[in-house]
Design a protein around this ligand. Sequence first.
Ligand SMILES: Cc1ncc(COP(=O)(O)O)c(C=O)c1O
Length: 408
Amino acid sequence: MQLPKQGTPRDEVIARMRERKAADADWRGGRTWSLVYPAGEDVDAMLREAHDLYLYENALNPFRFPSLRQMEDDVVSMTAGLLHAPDESGGAMTSGGTESILMAVKTARDRARAERGIERPEMVVPYSAHPAFAKAAKYLGLDFKAVPLDDDYRADVAAAAELVTENTALIVGSAPNYPFGVVDPIPELAALAAERNASFHTDSCLGGFLLPFLERLGEKVPPFDFRVPGVTTISADVHKYGYCTKGASVIVHRDRAHLHQYQLFMYDRWPGGLYGSFAMAGARPAAPIAASWAVMHFLGEEGYVKLATVLRDTTRKLREGIEAIPELRVWGAPVMSVMSFGSDSIDIAAVGDAMDDRSWHLDRQTDPSALHLMVSPAHARVADAFLADLRDAVAQHGESRGKEARYS
Ligand SMILES: Cc1ncc(COP(=O)(O)O)c(C=O)c1O
C-alpha cells in the first residue's frame, strides 16, 4: 500500500477500519481465551476517558508532565503495597510484561557485574517461564539455563540447584506460569539465589493483580511476593488482571537503591542534553500510565475482590466441567484462572479444531499437548455454553476416531 495522494474523510476512514475489524476475534463475547481481559462496560468507559485525557503527552520527561510522574509513582506504590514490598522498595512502569522482565534481567546482570565481578552472567529459568526471559538472555548477553519441571509442572528445585554456579546472576520463578497456571516453589528457588548473593525475580505478570485478591478471599495462594526472603524484583502487569488497556506493567525492586543504580540508564555526552531512562523505550505513551491509575482508583480493592470472586467461581465451574468429561484432564494443579487441559486417550488438537468450528478460539500447547484457558470476567456468561460445546466436540471426535478405526 502507498500513502494516499489525498486525504480520506474521517467517516470513511472509520468505516473502513470497522469493516476490517469485523474479522477479528470476538473477545467481548468471551470467544477468546487469552490476549484481552475485559472487565465490564463501566471499566471500559473509565479507560476510554483516561486515554482521551492523556492521548498526546509523552512520559519520557517526567519533569514536563508532573501529573504523569505522580500517577506513575502512585501506580508503582499501590502495586508494591499489593506485593508486600518493604518501605525502601521502588519501581517503574513499563510497556508490558516483556519490558519489565528485560529490566529485571538487566538489573540482575549489572548488579552481578558490579558487586560480584561476574563477566559471563548466567540465568537459571524454569522451562515453563515466559519466552521473555530467553529474549532477555539473548538481548542482554546472559547464558540461559532451563530448569526441568516436576510431575506437577513446577520448577524442579533439585535440578535448579544443580544449574547454579558462581556465575549465576539471576534465578527466576513464575507466579503463576502461563502454560499451566501453577506457581513455582518460590521460597526454595529464592533461597538458592540468596545463598549466592544473586538476584531472584518472581514473574507475577499474570498473578500480580489477582493472587493478592484471591488471598483476601481466603483461597490458598502459594508464597510468591516480597514476604519471601531473597525475592529481589517482581513484575506485575496492569494490562492483564489489573484490567488496564495494553501497554502497562510494573517492575518493583525490593530495594530502591538497586533500582536507581542498575535499572537506570543515564547519558551525559550528547549535545541534546542529559538523558535518563528507566525503560527500553525512549518516548513513552502517557495513556497507559493514566489508564492504570484510573482503573486502579475506579475499582479499588473492593472492585478487584469482586472481579476475583467472579473469576474464582467461573474457573471452578470450567475446571469441574472439564474434569467431568472422562477423556479430558487438567494438567497440574492451577492456582488461579489459567489452566491447560489435554487427554491420555484422544487427540486434543482435533478437539481444538472442533471447538474452532464452534467459534471458540483456544490456544494450542505442546509438551504435553493441551488447549489453554485464561479466564476473564467476560467468561462468566459463556461458561455453560462453552462446556456444552466442549462435551460435543469431545463426543464428535471420539465418534470419528471410532469410525476411522472401524473402517481402517
Ligand atoms: C507469565 C507471563 N510472563 C510474562 C508475560 C509477557 O507479558 P507481555 O505479553 O505483556 O509482554 C506473559 C504474557 O502472557 C505471561 O503470561
